[in-house]
Design a protein around this ligand. Sequence first.
Ligand code: ADP
Ligand code: MG
Length: 247
Amino acid sequence: MLDVAGISKRFGDLQVLSDISFTVTRGETVCVLGPSGSGKSTLLRCINWLERPDAGQIYLNGDRIGINNGGVVMSDRELSRVRTRIGMVFQHFALWPHLTVLQNLMEAPVQVQRRPAAEVREEAMALLAKVGLSDKADVFPARLSGGQKQRVGIARALAMKPDVLLFDEPTSALDPELVGEVLLVMRELAREGRTMVIVTHEMGFARDAATRILFMDRGRVVETGPPERFFVSPDTERARQFIQRYA
Ligand code: ADP
Ligand code: MG
């Protein structure tokens, strides 16, 4: 489904990602763990070309992201089309404040994917029901709690019918009592077999919802494996220290 092949990225003198490779198969929930500054956000941003990698390739179902068939960097137009196949959920929600909840869900499917508004509206209402927010369709984001905003963020990502969903610390900005309602939605998506890459510090969630852990440190994938193995008997000292500290 998603193939990340040899991605490297530097900012000035700082090598942020060094030769990152991994594949995500259909239906997998991959949780990316690692200390702050290890390059997790930059990796997600490179996958959908919000950040342009210095080297390496990203393939989604065999189609290369960022570089078109002619071998040149995609235009903004091409990029926004290809990005609708990659749903992104951000730490700070990134909802459009001037649009209602329903309009937030409908914007990309109608404007970028050019799908019929009536059909998109019906699907959007079903998604709001799925995340428990049917009654908030006509409300503006400012009126929502953080947990509700993030559930809208997830529904909005799903509205594009993406092949893969990327989450960047979706619960880190939330008050502790609001984390659970968002994790519940994410657990349900994992159970449904959505293909997801989730950067998180929620170790309990990673332990019981991930099919695989990717542990990063200093811009490299240091360790990868099923959660049962990663949390119980990690291969590396760095992973052991990380688990001791956070899990
Ligand atoms: P993480 O998400 O794991 O905390 P990031 O990917 O955000 O890590 O950042 C990795 C490193 O890259 C950090 O040292 C950060 O300061 C640096 N970095 C991230 N984005 C930029 C940028 N646009 N310009 C310069 N440095 C950046
Ligand atoms: Mg980050």
